[in-house]
Design a protein around this ligand. Sequence first.
Ligand code: SF4
Ligand code: SF4
Length: 64
Amino acid sequence: MVIMMKHYIDQKICIRCGTCDVECPFHAVIISDVGMFSIDDNKCRDCNICVDVCPVDAAKKKTE
Ligand code: SF4
Ligand code: SF4
């Protein structure tokens, strides 16, 4: 069985700085009408850049 390790953004921690959106090479970050940041599983390629650039560790890798 293949384990998918997609990424997500913890809404309780995210300060909505936009860095992940700027840095994601696959344009996988979604910004909602009310400015909430999330990640599109269909576009995310698990490069981990958002985790590296997020200043508050709100971008995380799913491990299950
Ligand atoms: S892991 Fe990479 S592809 Fe996925 S949202 Fe983060 S920066 Fe974008
Ligand atoms: S870089 Fe981190 S704090 Fe900034 S918008 Fe993305 S998830 Fe939120």
